[in-house]
Design a protein around this ligand. Sequence first.
Ligand code: GDP
Length: 589
Amino acid sequence: MSTKIELPSSIVIRDLAQKIEKSPIDLIKKLMTNGVMATINQSVDFDTAAIVVGEYGFEAVAEVIEEEVKKETGEVPLWRQMIAGEDGTQLKLRPPVVTILGHVDHGKTSLLDAIRSTEVAAGEAGGITQHIGAYQVEKKGRLITFLDTPGHAAFTQMRARGAQGADIVVLVVAADDGVMPQTREAIAHAKAARVPMMVALNKIDKANANPDRVKQQLAELELVPDDWGGSTMVVPVSAKQKMGIDDLLEGILLVADSTEIKANPAGKVIGTVIEAELDKSKGVLATLLVQNGTLESGDIVVAGTAYGKLRAISDFKGKPIKKAGPSTPVAVMGLSDVPSAGDIFEVVQSEKEARAIVSERAQTAKTLSQTKKKVSLEDLFANVQAGEAKELNLIVKADVQGSLEPIVTELNKLGEGEIGLHILHAETGNIGNNDVMLASASKAIIVGFNVQADVDARRMAEKEGVDLRLYEIIYRMTEDIEKALKGMLEPEIVEKVLGKATVLKVFEASKFGRVAGCKVTEGELRRGAKVRLYRGTDIVYEGDLSSLRHEKEDAKEIRTGFECGVGFKSFNDIQPGDQLVCYLIEKGA
Ligand code: GDP
C-alpha cells in the first residue's frame, strides 16, 4: 500500500524533495522524464507533484488549505454579517460587486473604462458622462456592479471603517511587467479581507507580453492559475484594444456563482457609502451602495454621523429612480452632512430616531478616540481569552529576501498551536504607510527585521494604534511572538514620571558625597525611585535616588514647591541649573 502524503495546490521543488526525503536533483530528473522542466526554486502544481511522488510510491492527497480552515472557523466576509439577521428563506442572489486592484500603470483605470464603454455605452446615446464612483454592466442577462475607484487605498479605507464594498477582487497584472510590489500588496489586502480574487492579465497585446512568466509568479504567491490546475481564474485581456472583456465578465459571474452572494430585497435596508461630497448648489451628494433591502426615495437614512430624508435618488447614469435593490449603486441628495467613504448607512423609521443614533455615535467616537484600542502583542493573549481574537495577524518586513524567507518559515511554525498565526504580507523594504494601513484595517501587528519605519508610517501607526516592532536578531522576534502566542509575554515596561525638580545649589556632605539642593517644580520626588539628571538636553546621570532630605531630616517624599537635598548613588558631578526627573518603572497595562 502506498503512503499518503498531503500536498498543497502548489509546491516548490526543494520543499517537495524534503517532504518525501529524496534529493531535489533526483526529483528534477523525474520531472524531466515527465516532460516538465523545473529548477529547484520553482514550484509545480498539485497534479504534477502527485504524479512525481507517485513514482516514489506515495499517494498524494490535497492539503486542507488555510482559507478553507478559516471559513470553518467562522471568519466571514463583512457583508454576510450585514445580513446575518435576515430570514434565510428570503435571501436571493444579488449582483456581485467588483473592485479592481493592482500595481500602478498596470491598467486598472483603462480596464474600468474599457468595461464601461464596451458594455454600458452600447445603446446609450453619448455614453455615460457622470461618474458616481460605481457603475453596472449587464452580461448574459445578469448585472455586475463595478466600484470605480481603483486601488487598495480606497479598498482598505472601507475595511478600516468596518465596511466591505466589494465581493470580488479583480487583480490586474500587466503581462509585460509581471507581479510588482503593489500587486503583492493588493493580494495581501484581498486575502486579509477574505474576498475571492481573480486575475485580469492585461496588456496582452504588447509584443513583450509574457503570460507564462506572470502565471509562474502568481503560482508562487499561492494563486495557481486554473489552467495549471489551480483555483485562480486568470483571464488574458487588453484594456487598450478592448479584448477579452467578455471573458473577464463571464469569469466574474463564475466566481460569483461559487460564492453565493445573497441579500434579502425586502429586508432591512443597509449598505455602504462609496463616496460623498458637498456641492455648492445641491448640498450633500453621496453615492450609496445598497447591500440589503430596497432603498426608496423619501427614506430616512443614517450614514456614519450624517442623516437625512432622501430627496432624490438617481442611478449611475443620472436617471432618477424611485427604488434601488441590493448591489445597486445610487446617487442621493438630502443628507445633513458629508459622510465618509466606507461608512455604513441604514434606513430608520423617523428623523428623531436618526438624530438619536447620530448623537450616540458622535459620543462613542469621542470616547473611542480617547481610549484608542490598540492591537498590541502584549494584549494578544488577553484578547484571545476575552474571545476578541482567534489569531495573530502579522505583517513582516525584512531587509533582504534571504532573511525574509527563514523568518516566514519560523513564524509559520509558531502558528501551529492554539492561537493561529496569519501572515498577511511579507516583503522586503522599510515599513511604509501602506503597511500601517493594511495593519490597521486588518488588526495586524507589524514586525520588522533590520528595517526602519518611515517617519510618516510611525506617525500613522501612533494615530491608528498599530503595534510596530523592530528587531535586529531573528530569534528575538520569533521568541517574542512565541511568548505572546502562549500568553507569556511580559507586559511592556513603561516609565511613570513622579515629578520634576531644579537643582539650585550643590553642597558637600561628607556622609553622602555631594548633595543637590533642589526645588520640586512638579509632582513629587520619592526616595528609592529612579532619577534622571538633565543638563540642557543632555542626560548626565540616570540611576537611583539614594538619599532625600528635608531640612536635615530624612524624607520619603517631597512635594511641589518644597526644597530638599538629593543624593545620587555614586554620582557627584552635579551643577546648579540641572533638571531632575523622578520616575518609576512599571509594567504596562
Ligand atoms: P492604472 O495606474 O493601473 O490605472 O493604469 P492605467 O489604466 O492608467 O494605464 C497605464 C498605462 O498603460 C496607460 O498609458 C494605458 O494606456 C496603458 N495600458 C493600459 N492597458 C493597456 C493594454 O491593454 N495594452 C497596452 N498596450 N497598454 C495599456
